[in-house]
Design a protein around this ligand. Structure first.
Ligand code: NDP
Length: 234
């Protein structure tokens, strides 16, 4: 069997596009889903990244059934946007728990298998707002900024074993997450992007697939922007 790639939150949006791209590149792809039915197109396991038990059980099942993932894409994420004055502790903690601690839970568990393989890739889906900040997204921006320090620490801990850790930082991407924006706000955002448009999920997936490839073997601790120029200078 070809190398195993795992994508958390791979049942829809960017995660699903990443799963499709990695499949086309020849990997055996496993996606995780939290709610809803298992996606028909991919091998899948149920996993809630806010639960250590769920993450560990999901990895146990993957390893027993298919083997240890060599490519691990920590993509699952949520938003709970509101201005900081109105943001409750719960709003803040829930987003950190899913986006930052959730990625940590998955990456920590994945490391066991990667160390045995003595090669592999940790790829974290961050965001342009992790470095630029974003009004109404104190929780989300903090979670995505945290991924940068986390990826770089994994890069330092695991580099000698041939394992890389990087962040892909998208700008605004056409998915359910941005579908709630009204047309006026979408136009404003598109005009603020040098490329004058939103990104497709496939454009993020292509970069993730490159980072997974042997061609990216010496890239680690990097934050790769895929944001149409929105975050230039950060
Ligand atoms: P979607 O809302 O379309 O999908 C989110 C995915 O994450 C779903 O598969 C969802 O599962 C999963 N998920 C959420 N919470 C959990 C959890 N606790 N445990 C397991 N899985 C969970 O989002 P996108 O595809 O747009 O976003 C994917 C990633 O890209 C996120 O990390 C997001 O922050 C990031 N990103 C997105 C941008 C955008 O503009 N869309 C821009 C920059 C970054 P379920 O279906 O069960 O809810």
């Amino acid at each position: 069997m070809s190398a195993i790639a795992l994508v958390t939150g791979g049942n829809r949006g960017i995660g699903s596009a990443i799963a499709k791209s990695l499949t086309a590149a020849g990997y055996t792809v496993i996606v995780t889903y939290r709610s809803g039915p298992a996606p028909a197109e991919y091998k899948s396991v149920q996993m809630d990244v806010t639960s250590t038990e769920s993450v560990d059980a999901g990895f146990d099942l993957i390893e027993q059934t298919w083997g240890a993932p060599e490519i691990v894409v920590c993509n699952a994420g949520v938003t709970k946007d509101t201005l900081s004055m109105r943001m409750s502790d719960e709003d803040f903690e829930d987003v950190i728990d899913a986006n930052l601690t959730g990625a940590f839970r998955a990456a920590r568990r994945a490391t066991k298998g990667l160390l045995k393989l003595r090669r592999g890739r940790l790829i974290f889906i961050g965001s342009v707002v992790g470095l630029s900040g974003s009004a109404g997204q104190v929780n989300y921006s903090a979670s995505k900024a945290g991924l940068v320090g986390m990826a770089r620490s994994f890069a330092r801990e695991l580099g000698s074993r041939g394992i890389t850790a990087n962040v892909v930082a998208p700008g605004f991407v056409e998915t359910d997450m941005t579908a709630t924006l009204d047309e006026k706000r979408r136009d404003e955002i598109a005009k603020s992007v040098p490329m004058q448009r939103f990104c497709s999920a496939e454009e993020i997936a292509d970069v993730v697939t490159f980072l997974a490839s042997p061609q990216a073997s010496y890239i680690t601790g990097a934050v790769i922007p895929v944001d149409g120029g929105l975050g230039m200078g950060h």
